[in-house]
Design a protein around this ligand. Sequence first.
Ligand code: BGC
Length: 449
Amino acid sequence: MGFKKDFVWGAATSSYQIEGAYNEDGRGMSIWDVYSHEPVKVFGNHTGDTACEHYHRFKEDVALMKKIGIKAYRFSVSWSRIIPDGTGAVNEKGIAFYSELINELKENNIEPYITLFHWDLPYELHKRGGWMNPDSVKWFADYAALVVARFSDRVTNFITFNEPQCFIGLGYYKAEHAPGLRHPVRDVFEMSHNVLKAHGAAVIAMRKSARQNIKIGYAPTGTAAIPVSESAEDIAAARKLMFECPALENWTWNVSWWSDPVVLGHYPEEGLRKYKDYLPEITEEDMRLINQPIDFYGQNIYQGVYVKAGENGEPEVVEHTAGYAKTAIQWPVTPECLRWGPQFLYERYRLPIYITENGMSAHDVISLDGNVHDPNRIDFLARHLEQLEKAADGGTDVAGYFQWSLMDNYEWACGYSERFGLIYVDYETQQRIIKDSGYWYKTWIENHS
Ligand code: BGC
């Protein structure tokens, strides 16, 4: 069977991680500008001020995409570049940048996939309470409507949020990402509820402002659960673990709390029970708002845990063996995450599944021959895509795959110390070099299109 004929092969990036030009042409500040400028928050005090200078080099970057042969490019819009204060006045120079980028992509037959929010909340909205403010639902819907009104003449695929687990969990609960806060858990649940309502309100607003039929998706994340064997018991145990609601101190790291409301229209029972003392008021009207029909389900999957059926069939995590394979950022290499992750998600949500991100960081260097050899990444991609194909063969509706990332970029709290790209970026000179894995991906795409 293999991948579908119209399978979407792409690569992904996000605005703050690549654009730079942080104070040019009227762009407003985001929480990441403020956070990265504070001492000791980010590795090496690195900031995204310049990043990959993509704002100025986007034509060169689209030419490289073309060279790698990707059919689709997932990027995010910087909210504060197009609405500097988050609400109100529109910055036409910011709109012009994305408009030109879209034109360049279309001219090169690369399909744009726009993510509306990849973590860079306008700082002015942060000052007004950010996601704690119930008005954030309308702020986001208005912003979404603007993006769709301006770009849906040429763009038909939009994604609302990237990884709410991370920007809420790491940003407002664990203080590891911007804005670096440790809110009481009650507040974190309230913010999360507002984020989900903002998703629903945005979907309604986007359909209204669309200039042609558009497709809307969502891109959360979560650890995939991998059964250690094909036995029915191990598979059932893994499925159960994949959608479990974790203990309070770690609660944001889960799939079902963030996705059941969006696709199924209700929070998971287990979570409602476990977290009941900390939840805001949740009305039926809220749930109806959150549960808007969407067209596809994206999930960022980087790794998984191995699971077996323990006593009474309850899931038991099986530890990695000594010396297990891992990436530079120390994440275990678990290729079967791309088989079981999509399969379990499809069983539960019955929507076409996109892997909206998957990839690895490696200690890439320019070799004496001037090239960047990254056999580990080639091996990683080959193993993961082989597993994704198994998911497709098993009947999972897998619609697309976006490698993370098109190019090395600002890896949040790790600064520029982790390289995830198919393209090497020398941050001193802004020279780009397609890595061996970029050429490998090109051949892979040719053989699977
Ligand atoms: C995020 C990306 C990030 C990548 C690697 C995802 O969590 O969406 O922005 O760079 O993983 O950590």
